[in-house]
Write a protein that binds this ligand. Structure first.
Ligand code: SAH
Length: 407
């Protein structure tokens, strides 16, 4: 285990349990670096701060993991952290009408660079750090022993593959052991708030589905009765399906991904067959493959009484924030201009670099430019399986509002 001393003044955030330390904050490392390993981390005046994992090839060289002096680091600590993370979700895991949830949410669950999602009988892991890659077999074995999934599939997040020097290969685990699986595995069936979905193996965005929007889909359903709805950035139709169940008159679903829209239509049939949606639901939906910003600009004014704006992460980093602010503002302004008087907009930002205050300010600027009054009816965030650690504000990435627009 290494012993690492931080530079003077660089201990403040780590002492407040922020987990990231970049190379510029490190003063001394003993013994000198040979390979990735655990580390004890000290302030310049020799006070213990935390245990971490040090890997010079990672873009965050030191991930702090435990601030408890008596938690000795190693595989047992990892197994413990996985166990606690799953146990914290006991309530969600006990539900019959929801079988898709996040089991491990990275640093917010003290496991940096690892997201583990459960979809019915399968677990899908996304790796975005060398730490997670190094401990994947330990993490998979613990998940297996607690939850007995049929298979665990792990992929590497493309955004981080090159900065972390990780190969993008997909790995599988069954009964705690690494296995080889065919790409031809059937889709996995799961349910969220009583609506059925399927996720194809090894495909799709995130680990196949955006489980973070679970509560927000349920909430938007409350506003959908009798509405003409526009679901922008629909992906495979989470919001579209809820709008249909909520009694929407019609839904236009827009996404740049052709395959996501095909899957959306398939999932409407799936829910018609399961008796969740009435048989005529498919006829109420039109899918539009293309650029959602453009679709909205060309949309007929006063056609829609409800819109969902759920764009991808527009600010990937803090430096990309300025450009993203403009895009968020334009999107919301045009939506406000086009929507019917009294209409409802569910608007989201999943950019970790943007704060909630920032996002609300953007909404206010958009309202001023569109010349409308806006009321915030509800403030939205990711579900409880995507917790926000207060010492790590970056974990509050999903922010949203239900807005009412008055003209
Ligand atoms: N609302 C979805 C999740 C949206 S994720 C749900 O509830 O599951 C963002 C989606 O935006 C992705 O499906 C992606 O394909 C799509 N996308 C990205 N850029 C786009 C663009 N410019 N126009 C339309 N869709 C876009």
């Amino acid at each position: 285990m290494y012993s690492i001393t931080l530079k003077e003044g660089r201990e403040k955030l780590p002492q407040k349990h922020h987990p990231w330390i970049f190379s510029g904050a490190i003063d001394k490392i003993m013994p000198s670096y040979t390979k990735a390993d655990w580390a004890e981390v000290y302030s310049c005046d020799g006070r213990f701060i935390a245990y971490g994992y040090y890997d010079e090839r990672s873009h965050i060289v030191l991930h702090l993991i435990s601030w408890k002096r008596n938690n000795s680091p190693g595989d047992e600590l990892i197994r413990n952290l996985v166990r606690q993370s799953v146990l914290r979700r006991r309530y969600l895991l006990s539900l019959d009408d929801t079988t898709a949830l996040r089991l491990i949410h990275g640093d917010a669950d003290f496991l940096p660079g690892i997201a583990a999602d459960c979809y019915g009988k399968e677990i899908r892991i996304i790796i975005s750090s060398r730490f997670a890659d190094a401990f994947l077999p330990v993490i998979a074995a613990e998940l297996d022993s607690m939850l007995h999934p049929s298979v665990i599939e792990s992929t590497v997040d493309k955004t981080y593959a090159s900065s972390e020097g990780l190969s993008e290969k997909t790995r599988h685990f069954r009964e705690g052991k690494e296995t080889k699986e065919s790409d031809e595995r059937p889709n996995v069936l799961f349910v969220e708030n009583g609506i059925y979905y399927e996720a194809a193996p090894g495909k799709g965005q995130k680990s196949g589905f955006y489980a973070d929007q679970r509560d927000n889909r349920q909430i938007t359903e409350l506003y959908a009765k009798g509405k003409t709805v526009l679901d922008l950035f629909s992906y495979t139709g989470g919001f579209t399906l809820h709008a249909l169940r909520g009694g929407a008159l019609s839904v236009d679903s827009v996404d740049s991904s052709e395959s996501a829209l095909r899957h959306l239509l398939y999932q409407i049939h799936l829910n018609e067959n399961k008796g969740v949606l009435p048989p005529s639901s498919r006829d109420k939906v039109e899918t539009h493959q293309g650029n959602a910003f453009e679709f909205l600009r060309n949309a007929e004014k006063d056609k829609y009484d409800m819109m969902i704006l759920d764009p991808p992460k527009l600010a990937k980093t803090k430096s990309g924030l300025e450009q993203a602010v403009k895009a968020y503002k334009d999107l919301n302004r045009v939506a406000m201009e086009k929507i019917k008087d009294g209409g409802i907009i569910a608007t989201f930002s999943c950019s970790g670099a943007m704060t909630r205050e920032n996002f609300q300010t953007i909404i206010a600027w958009a309202a001023a430019d569109a010349g409308v009054e806006v009321q915030i009816l509800r403030t939205l965030s990711a579900g409880e399986d995507h917790p926000v650690r207060v010492s790590f504000p970056e974990s509050e990435y999903l922010k949203g509002f239900i807005l009412r627009i008055w003209k």
